[in-house]
Write a protein that binds this ligand. Structure first.
Ligand code: PMP
Length: 360
């Protein structure tokens, strides 16, 4: 069987080893005679999966003990609402840094709950860079600062995060969690939909510092209050057990690859292959992101004309490349090269790009 060269932006490629293992365990998980999907979420077999996923994420990301790890539903998009519901109190202002459509969506939700402020933005230049941050440029009584660590559509990524003295920093890491080493302690909260680097859709990982929880609004609907999920270890209601199981397999795979440092090195190698192809193409291909802000996860690029773009995408499809269309908001092309995308797929794409350029 020929696996596709999968460059989907999310849901996206999963490691073949993980899929093989899930297939092998599908009908009879650890001698239970049942699939993980059929186990009670209160059973000891499921509990082990749940705990293992939490402890593996803790060790891979070096998450300190005063942070909670939660598995929630509703996607990263529900976090856009839960964050202001929980932390934007009436006396405060929430600060947002706009680096793309997802940060804009996060901001739009916060506006429904209280005062907001945009402290930096690259909107005027089609979000093609990460703006410089003056850390003193904050609202007087800032509830938190929200950033999007990697901009899935525009292909930009923060190289160095801003550091604030007292204000909580919250990051949407949906499209680059676990792709490179970070210091979790720089953040008060990190969240990510799983469907890019962590597993299938259906589970959203939230990493939240205990001190932030204590500052929250009271009397929220039970399911929308982070305390509910902290107090029940994400088992207040039925969690997405199969997605969490897949997440646990992906985390095991990351460990087998040598952990985050090894994954990061491979990600740089993959990204360099594509950016070098683009930069060495005498302007035939152009990266959307400026140098210094380029993402190692999503490589967004254009060709000289719409006709050539269409032709490129059609030929790419014929050769088995999937998911190379740019997002409808910016057009062009995009290769999402998350952790599970093999180096061989990226090599094949780079070779195809060279060949297409020569022929056209
Ligand atoms: N944030 C970012 C950076 C994303 O890329 C996406 C999805 N592509 C989202 C948020 C929304 O995630 P979800 O579909 O899980 O709500």
């Amino acid at each position: 069987m020929q696996r596709a060269y999968n460059f989907n932006a999310g849901p996206s490629a999963l490691p073949q080893e993980v899929l093989d293992r899930a297939q092998a365990e599908l009908l009879n998980f650890k001698g239970t005679g049942m699939s993980v999907m059929e186990l009670s979420h209160r059973s000891k077999e499921y509990d082990q999966v749940h705990q293992q996923a939490i402890s593996d994420l803790r060790s891979l990301m070096r998450i300190p003990d005063d942070y909670h790890v939660l598995f929630l539903q509703g996607g990263a998009s529900l976090q856009f609402s839960m964050i202001p519901m929980n932390f934007l109190t009436a006396d405060k202002t929430a600060d947002y840094i706009l680096t793309g459509s997802w940060s804009q969506k996060a901001l739009d939700e916060a506006k429904k709950f209280g005062n907001t402020n945009v402290i930096a933005s690259s909107k005027d230049e089609k979000y093609n860079f990460i703006p410089e941050i003056d850390v003193n440029n904050l609202s007087d009584n800032s509830a938190y600062v929200h950033i999007t660590s990697n901009n899935t559509i525009y292909g930009t990524q923060w190289e160095k995060y801003p550091t604030y003295k007292n204000e909580p920093l919250i990051a949407d890491m949906s499209s680059d969690i676990l792709s490179r080493e970070i210091n979790v302690e720089q953040f008060d909260m990190i969240y990510a939909g799983a469907q890019k680097n962590l597993g299938p859709s259906g589970v959203t990982v939230v990493i939240i510092k205990d001190s932030l929880l204590k500052q929250g609004n009271q009397n929220l609907p039970t399911m929308l209050d982070y305390n509910t999920h902290v107090n029940s270890n994400s088992l207040y209601n039925t969690p997405p057990t199969f997605s969490i199981y897949m997440l646990s397999l992906v985390l095991e795979w990351v460990k087998e690859q040598g952990g985050v440092p090894a994954i990061e090195a491979k990600n740089h190698e993959k990204a360099a292959l594509l950016y070098n192809t683009i930069d060495d193409s005498d302007g035939f291909y152009k990266a959307h992101a400026k140098k210094g802000s380029r993402s190692i996860m999503n490589v967004s690029f254009t060709l000289p004309s719409d006709e050539l773009t269409k032709k490129f995408l059609a030929q790419a499809k014929d050769k088995g490349f999937v998911g190379l269309n740019g997002h409808r908001s910016i057009g062009g092309c995009r290769a999402s090269i998350y952790n599970a995308v093999p180096l061989e797929s990226v090599r094949a794409l780079a070779a195809f790009m060279d060949e297409f350029k020569s022929n056209n």
